[in-house]
Design a binder for this molecule. Structure first.
Ligand SMILES: *Cc1c(COP(=O)(O)O)cnc(C)c1O
Length: 395
């Protein structure tokens, strides 16, 4: 791209690609190949030694993957990016690269179910100490951090209870230590929040969600400085997880990124209306949404996020069964995990996405057993509200 000051929307569509170099093809060609042929043994040997930039084998990258990674690095404001086979592939490839036995990971108390499971049942087994801290209060990190801490990990807003973490406050604490601050930015995407601008060291994503945006793929990203990303690519991913993204998913995410800003604007607009509707409903006890003025983290949301996102959590008056009834009676809204799709999706975290937590763990990690999570889609907002209304009326 010639214009170095091009805005987010323009970079999401054009960054890193010039149609003139590829027969005018509007969309970049897709390299659907496992391996790359060398002119001779010497060239192959030099490629393995890093003495030329010849592609070798698709576990290490392809030209299509490089384009996607450059574009994503630009959108997040990082030096480099790595695309992976899933969000978990991104998280595990990153953490396997940063820790060894005896080290410590400090994580916020609320985490996506499989991230929690990876730390609790995976890394811990290999002698890595896992410490959970309420990172909504930065002073808790000051107290907990030590020479052993190599990673500080948080989601903001956190999945599923929407707690917000002050990235800048945590970065102030980690910047003079060996610990890397890793932020899971899945809920926001770089269109709404760019953690690196606030001092985070690395950003991870489940691209399965808003970045792909259409519920037709599973993928992930890590973004950060080139040196760390090289380690994550050539050790964490190549040797430890092998979580390689497929060519077809690269193509689908490049396509998803082109409409990211348009989709996010509408997700945010719809979510704000639905959160207000739920907030005013007599059968709803609590709504957790960054855009509500009386939400605990509203001010932080305004300073850290460009808009309030498309995710809502709420609780119905009654018990776990009342919440299940609300979900079961819906006619259009689908009962499904995942999020960030064009379809509105609803689910019960304690039974589904966060079922890897025991009852005691749910309580300790502030995941209410009656919490309901709503991923607001792109349907007509009146139709979404009408569906919620007919189900709530029957409770
Ligand atoms: C879905 C999700 C993940 C895991 O991503 P996958 O693509 O399903 O592997 C990680 N973090 C958050 C916040 C998520 O929502």
């Amino acid at each position: 791209m010639k214009n170095p000051n091009a805005k987010f929307q323009t970079r999401a569509i054009h960054f890193g690609y010039d149609a003139k170099e590829f027969h005018g093809s509007l969309n970049p060609p897709l390299y659907m190949t496992s391996t790359f042929a060398f002119d001779n043994v010497q060239q192959g040997s030099d490629a393995f030694e890093g003495e030329n930039s010849h592609y070798i084998y698709s576990r290490l990258g392809t030209p299509s993957q490089a384009l996607l990674e450059q574009r994503m690095a630009s959108l997040e404001g990082g030096e480099a990016a790595l695309a992976t086979a899933s969000g978990m592939g991104a998280i595990t490839s990153t953490l396997w690269s940063l820790v060894q036995p005896g080290d410590e990971v400090i994580a916020d108390i609320t985490l996506y179910g499989c991230t929690f499971s990876f730390l609790e049942h995976g890394l811990k087994k290999f002698g890595v100490q896992i410490t959970y801290c309420d990172l909504t209060k930065a002073e808790n990190l000051s107290k907990a951090i030590s020479d052993k801490t190599k990673v500080v990990f948080a989601e903001t807003p956190a999945n599923p209870n929407m707690r917000l973490i002050n990235i800048k406050a945590l970065a102030e604490i980690t910047k003079n230590t060996e610990a890397k601050l890793v932020i899971d930015n899945t809920y926001c995407t770089p269109y709404l929040q760019r953690p690196l601008e606030h001092g985070a060291d690395l950003v991870v994503h489940s691209a399965t969600k808003y970045l792909g945006g259409h519920g037709d793929l599973i993928a992930g990203f890590v973004i950060g400085d080139a040196e760390t990303l090289e380690t994550v690519r050539y050790f964490g991913l190549k040797d430890m997880t092998g979580a390689v993204i497929s060519a077809m998913d690269i193509s689908l995410i490049l396509r998803g990124l082109k409409t990211l800003h348009v989709r996010m604007d509408r997700h945010c607009e719809n979510a704000k209306k639905i959160a207000t509707y739920l907030h005013n409903h007599e059968k709803i006890s609590t709504v957790y949404f960054p855009g509500l003025p009386d939400f605990e983290y509203h001010d932080l949301a305004k300073s850290q996020m460009d808009q309030f996102g498309g995710m809502i959590a709420f609780e119905v008056k009654g018990d776990r069964q009342t919440g299940a009834q609300l979900i079961n009676q819906l006619e259009m809204i689908l009962c499904a995990v995942s999020l960030g799709d064009t379809e509105t999706l609803i689910q019960h975290p304690a039974s589904m996405t966060h079922s890897t937590y025991s009852e005691e763990e749910l309580e300790a990690h502030l995941i209410s057993p009656t919490l309901i999570r709503l991923s607001v889609g792109l349907e007509d907002v009146g139709d979404i509200i009408a569906d919620l209304e007919q189900s709530l009326a029957k409770l």
